[in-house]
Design a protein around this ligand. Structure first.
Ligand SMILES: [Zn+2]
Ligand SMILES: [Zn+2]
Length: 441
């Protein structure tokens, strides 16, 4: 009898130890060197949206080697894998984006990218300047851990490796929206989704904002048509460059003078101006493009109307023909972290990086197509700080210039490897805790 109760006690304590978080504590030291090696490799060979062929194949080979069933070529280069847990529970989706940016890397790192490609007709460098290489490597690490510890996994985990988060080429669809259109949620029916983004906040910080967390991103393109002339006889032209400069000035008055941003912030930026070929020719055409960031759909509509009005006014004043298009290459909705989900799960993030969890109340004017997944099911999108230890300690949030550290999309953006384990831990803690903590909405 005594032997039996001892055995029973041993069985009980074995069972208690059979916990994903404890397993991770024991295994993470062996796992992280692999995650770091994968990231360096992916970093060195970055690929633009819908062209992530090498990255996608690397992930596929990894998942297949772990015995995870994989579906490929979703939304061009996307793939999903399903890890079936040994215990009953919901299906939880985890997402990593795979694409890089047309940025020439200037970090000087030994594994810096030297890749070049043609983008919008120009020869450009390609760089993982947004850190999606880290997202892929972290999720590959999580996949390896969960596949090896699936006996203790409650429910199933759907791994989503998504192409073209930065936007697909203009004449192609892509990204989260296209993966959904191709039916991944209908097929696998996840109940909740988690995703993370690395950024220039202090090393190892996990930051989340409840409710509207990141802006909706829209774009505009304005084409101006005038009358060409020799630069020496401007009176015989209708100058599209003059009209463009008036447009830029007036666009800048939308947020500062024309709309009320007291309750909801908004941004209107000009990011691209194209005109002319030579100093002494007044060209026929000009074009400018920019981005609009909002948290409120009505305010977004107001900004669209303002841009139309400004364009019509400048056309009238200058004699040019002006056309305006919106949402060229797509639109990203607001990234919305379901408040009751954040409330239930924030302790999991806290335990993944003790003392370095921040619940922020500052919305971020960056945008994410992760928002499309959150339009279907509740989700949390959170940030992981990847500054080098001790760097940029004053930053409060993503894109805060107080940080003094190069941020996402900069040619100098550096992801510090020592922070990546917090990303792996965060996903595993969320997956392990969710079935116990959150009642389906
Ligand atoms: Zn980005
Ligand atoms: Zn990004």
């Amino acid at each position: 009898m005594k032997i039996f109760s001892l055995l029973f006690a041993a069985f009980l304590s074995f069972n208690l130890a059979a916990d994903l978080k404890l397993n991770l504590d024991q295994q993470i030291e062996d796992l992280m060197p692999k995650v770091i090696e994968w990231r360096h490799d992916i970093h060195q060979y970055p690929e633009l949206g819908n062209r992530e062929f090498r990255t996608s194949k690397k992930i596929e080979d990894h998942l297949v080697s772990l015995g995870i069933p994989v579906e490929t070529k979703i939304a061009y280069t996307g793939l999903v894998g399903l890890i079936k847990g040994g215990k009953p529970g919901p299906t939880i989706a985890l997402r990593a984006d795979m694409d890089a940016l047309p940025v020439e890397e200037k970090t000087g790192l030994p594994y810096a990218s030297k890749v070049r490609t043609t983008y919008l007709g120009n020869d450009v460098g390609v760089m993982h300047a947004c850190g999606h290489d880290a997202h892929v490597a972290i999720l590959m690490g999580v996949a390896e851990f969960l596949a090896k510890n699936k006996a203790d996994l409650k429910g199933d985990v759907l791994l989503i490796f998504q192409p073209a988060e930065e936007g697909p080429p203009e004449d192609e669809g892509g990204g989260a929206k296209m993966m959904l259109e191709e039916g991944i949620f209908e097929k696998y029916n996840p109940e909740v989704i988690f995703g993370l983004h690395v950024t220039n906040i202090p090393n190892g910080v996990l930051l989340v904002k409840s409710g509207p967390a990141m802006a909706a991103a829209s774009s505009y393109r304005i084409k101006i048509k005038g009358v060409q002339a020799h630069g020496s006889t401007p009176w015989s032209s209708i100058d599209p460059i003059m009209a463009t400069s008036q447009l830029i000035e007036s666009l800048n008055t939308i947020v500062s003078r024309r709309i009320n941003i007291i309750n909801n912030p908004a941004v209107v930026s000009v990011g691209m101006v194209e005109s002319g070929t030579r100093a002494n020719i007044i060209p026929e055409d000009s074009m400018l493009m920019g981005t609009i960031r909002t948290f409120d759909p009505d305010l977004r509509k107001e900004i669209y109307d303002e841009i139309e009005q400004i364009a019509a006014g400048v056309a009238l004043g200058t004699g040019t023909e002006i056309t305006v298009e919106f949402d060229v290459g797509g639109f990203f909705p607001v990234t919305y972290n379901e408040p009751s989900l954040v409330e239930s799960m924030k302790a999991s993030l806290e335990s993944a990086s003790p003392g370095k969890f921040i619940e922020s109340d500052i919305p971020i004017t960056g945008a994410e197509d992760f928002s499309y997944f959150q339009e279907e099911i509740p989700g949390i999108y959170f940030f992981l700080g990847v500054n080098r230890p001790g760097e940029g300690l004053n930053a409060k949030t993503f894109g805060d210039s107080a940080s003094g550290v190069a941020g996402n999309h900069s040619p100098y953006f550096i992801v510090d490897d020592s922070a990546l384990d917090k990303g792996v831990r965060a996903f595993v803690h969320l997956v392990d805790d969710y079935p116990n903590k959150f009642k389906k909405l």
